[in-house]
Design a protein around this ligand. Structure first.
Ligand SMILES: Cc1cc2nc3c(=O)[nH]c(=O)nc-3n(C[C@H](O)[C@H](O)[C@H](O)COP(=O)(O)OP(=O)(O)OC[C@H]3O[C@@H](n4cnc5c(N)ncnc54)[C@H](O)[C@@H]3O)c2cc1C
Length: 458
């Protein structure tokens, strides 16, 4: 019998463990992680494979550190982006937890440099953005880079190894709920974990499992907006006037035709585009190294759409669109912006005859208009033209669009203000998988919040 069992060793689960062992050092705590320990994590694509073998457990997403391990390690130090914690707590409280969480990252080896703190540097960008009908969201960013992210998460693993039980390569299966109270859960190896408290933190990778487990237990969920889009790649020089000052710029636009929100997300100056595999579904993402630079910059353009009743399958909607891209391309599809506008597919020859070399070499040249709904595709095109006004060259015919980028945080668990599941006592749902967050710092902060509440109950 454990005092606390944590499902998932991503940032949300790790920070739950860091905080709880500090307040309750005498407690028996266990972390269950379906992937491997951090030193054993590999992604064959990163090691030179030409084609993603679609591993059963994606090395990029599963294992100690979760999606954070090979991430770009951008810690966005504001409550305004990267999650919904402001829906549960007032701004002062969220700011305090973000600061506390950031300090923990620093303690475990994060870099000191924060971009975007000096607002005077971004006055010109803000003005140009306003004229282009774009909103620049002020967001200071601490950038770790992929190498440092791995280092920090490894330090956390080494520290927690001595304090809690860490069980890797085993998956949580059935949640055991009795009389509206969590009792534990079963494991893929046939064992059962009994615990007084359970924190469920399975990330986007486990969002589908969580939604199905909740449906089985008749626990309610609500829909977040569905975020679908593309990853844009262009010469780093095009974005330098912005990225040199802010590193990452969060720009929000409302597309003229449909009025939908389109935003830039996860900008990686001199970075690379990567492919990720969600239980057999390939999608695209990006990251950058602190010390290894490519000639290109990439970022996502995500179109947010909130659907109304009777729609209740936001994750399945995103999966459906991603599957279309997979069906046509065998994985991820890439198209030049000019080809999209000309109504023709990109071909290997056309990609070759560009000024830009793709960093994701296994993407198949194709046609995004066969994959993305008209509404989302047009919103992306309109956003590219708006961005071109503040960074000329964005709407170049050579700009590459990879499809698709989908974020599986669109189903949200119904929670109390302390992130406890409504209707199931002692079960807390946190991080991206619960639909509460969508970035490293808020996912980690949600773990701190859950741990503090649990500890306060004794
Ligand atoms: C390539 C890439 C780059 C990124 N760059 C950034 C960035 O620069 N800045 C930023 O803020 N965010 C970034 N992100 C997003 C960030 O990684 C996530 O927001 C964050 O990791 C979410 O944390 P989490 O703990 O909620 O989930 P995750 O990190 O996804 O961790 C969940 C863990 O739970 C495990 N799991 C799932 N189901 C089960 C189960 N049933 N049993 C046991 N274990 C289970 C998974 O294997 C996984 O390890 C990036 C993501 C990727 C993939």
């Amino acid at each position: 019998m454990y005092n606390l069992a944590i499902i998932g060793a991503g940032p949300a689960g790790i920070f739950t463990a860091l905080e709880i062992q500090k307040i309750k050092p005498e407690w028996k705590i266990i972390i269950i992680e379906k992937g491997s320990r951090i030193e054993k994590r590999t992604c064959l694509l990163r090691e030179g494979y030409q084609k993603c073998p679609r591993c059963k457990k994606c090395g990029l997403l599963c294992g100690w550190g979760g999606g954070g391990a090979f991430s770009d390690g951008k810690l966005t130090l504001t409550p305004d982006v990267g999650g919904h914690l402001l829906d549960y707590m007032d701004r002062v409280h969220v700011n305090e937890i973000i600061k506390y969480t950031d300090d923990l990252y620093l303690k475990f080896g994060a870099t000191n440099v924060v971009y975007g703190n000096d607002r005077s540097l971004s006055v010109d960008i803000e003005r140009a953005a306003t004229l282009a009908e774009l909103k620049l969201v002020h967001s200071p960013v601490r950038h770790l880079g992929t190498e440092r992210s791995l280092h920090v998460l490894k330090a956390m693993q080494d520290f927690l190894d001595k304090k809690v039980t860490i069980l890797t390569d085993v998956q949580a299966c059935d949640l055991i709920v009795e009389n509206e109270q969590i009792k534990g859960f079963t494991l893929s190896n046939g064992d059962k974990i009994e615990a007084q408290y359970v924190v469920v933190a399975p990330g986007r990778e486990g969002a589908d499992w969580l939604a199905k487990e909740f449906a089985r237990n008749k626990i309610g969920m609500v829909n977040n907006a569905v975020d679908v889009g593309v990853r844009v790649e262009l010469p780093a020089a095009v974005m330098e006037p912005i990225t040199d000052k802010l590193y990452e710029s969060k720009l929000v636009y409302h597309s003229p035709t449909f009025g939908d929100e389109v935003r830039t997300f996860c900008m990686n100056p001199h970075g690379e585009v990567v492919m990720e595999n969600y239980n057999g579904i390939s999608t695209v993402n990006g990251h950058s190294y602190a010390n290894k630079k490519t000639q290109n910059t990439n970022f996502a353009l995500l179109v947010s759409k909130k659907f109304t009743e009777p729609f209740k399958e936001p994750i399945a909607y995103g999966q459906h669109i991603a599957r279309l891209a997979n069906m046509l391309s065998g994985g991820v599809l890439v198209q030049r912006f000019g080809d999209l506008l000309d109504g023709r597919r990109s071909t290997p020859e056309r990609i070759k005859a560009s000024t830009l070399t793709p960093t994701l070499t296994c993407a198949t040249p194709g046609d995004l208009s066969l994959v993305l709904p008209y509404r989302q595709l047009l919103s992306i095109i309109e956003m590219l033209y708006a961005l071109d006004k503040i960074a000329p060259g964005v709407a170049s015919r050579y700009t590459l669009l990879y499809g698709v980028e989908v974020k599986f945080y669109s189903a949200r668990v119904k929670l109390t203000n302390n992130l406890e599941t409504q209707g199931v006592k002692n079960m807390f749902c946190i991080g991206d998988g619960a639909g509460v967050t969508r970035g490293l710092i808020q996912a980690s902060a949600s773990g701190v919040l859950a741990a503090r509440t649990i500890a306060s109950r004794g």
